[in-house]
Design a protein around this ligand. Sequence first.
Ligand code: AHR
Length: 526
Amino acid sequence: MFMKSPFVVGGLLLALASTATVHAADPLRLKIDATTPGAQIDRNIFGQFAEHLGHGVYEGIWVGPDSKIPNTRGIRNDVVAALRALKVPNVRWPGGCFADEYHWRKGIGPSSQRAVTLNPNWGGVTEPNTFGTHEFMDFIGQIGSRAYLSVNLGSGTTAEAADWLEYLTAAQPTTLAKERGANGHPEPYSIPYLGIGNESWDCGGNMSTDYYLSQLKIYTRFVRNYNPAQQGDKQMLKIAVGPNEGNVEWTEAIMKAYQKKQWSWDMQGLSLHAYTVVKWPPAMPSVGFGIPDYDRVLKSTLEMESLVTKHSAIMDKYDPKKQVALVVDEWGAWYAALPGSTPGFLVQQNSMRDAILASLNLNIFARHADRVRMANIAQMINVLQAMILTDKEKMVLTPSYHAFRMYTPFQDAKSVPVQFDAGSYGSGDVKLPRLDAIAARDASGKLWIEFTNLDPENPLQVEADLSGIAAKSATGETLTAPKVDSVNSFEAPNAVAPKPAVVKLQGNKLTLTLTPKSLTVVAVQE
Ligand code: AHR
């Protein structure tokens, strides 16, 4: 929450001090022009991803109604409360690679009668199917989010996927709709986003572009949403499998086909998967690292900018009206699994570095708001760059969680241009910008500015000239930590937590000192 300033003196506003005031010699100047706000930053870029993988779903979300851990219909209350504060716009489920082996029928009906299957992708563990369609939709409802389902294109059939959507969305008394009613939900569900397969070029069936396109055309034709409230301009958006990282040939092939498409098929999104790994297989530690590894990881994450630019340029060629969204539905840091963790569960810690990494990616998406209209960080709980870690009844919010919470005002706000010369820091071949920043105006007219000081050692004084707004007051909050690898643990859950920032506003000039390795969100009010 943004703190109300205790001091307001003749237009000069001082918010609560939180950090040591160290002044760099030369302030870095920014120009922020709120006169003509640009593209809307779609709230969906703050989406999450929850795969049946390790303890992402089981233990992380689902503990079952008989658990001693406080829950509502089997879904843990602490996790729900934490996620509600993030205003999670959509959750992608059930995978990932898992989606292409998921058979929805095994996850409906009385829990005790559900088939126990296997999860060969992720540790080969048993899959109890106790968290299925109804439990996921209940979870989405509890956290106030929306469903982004991935249908099984790899080992399933069009009929299976079509039946799932009829089961979920039909309002008429079809046999499947009645079965849904008998299972507790007579009203049709709302399914606003549908992924047609996952990584079909790899774990989803190692398909060629031609083969995938033939499947895409069939699935988008026959897998229908029947919910009367989701027709016309409220239609469910179908998201095609897009490229892995820099695979421009894939983007080219799908978009070329899209340009020539017949009435009988359509797509509204193209996915992009791009993890921050530095080098496959993931070997960077998520704990106990120093500044060189911090710099290397941030350098690697900034490649998202060129990936988004490259794929957007191809999309512009075939879809100049930008009807198809670029959906970065798997992104985030992928490090070496924590020593001692179960192989295949993708367990890693989450440090101050990850909060910075999240802010840099969110800023890239926001700057490409006209094309990037959805994104899903991998993954929500206990897996990869998680928002939340759990251990039995304990829960801890990660630095990435705090970054996402601080960005909530940017959801659906309109981008405002920010100009600055970031300069650079670093040594050898690892040079990084000192600063990143975005700005946006929300529906109430408030101007929001995010500043990231990447430099792990030096504070950065910034001075922003605001135009297009008669600024009256400003408040801010900042997230930083003693070390680049500072983490929140079950023993010390608040080691990395946001604090009020010192913000000065004089006329339309905003000044603040950004602590090393920090992100700061400032609200400016007229
Ligand atoms: O997020 C983990 C895995 O990474 C997903 O299942 C898959 O789509 C990707 O390769």
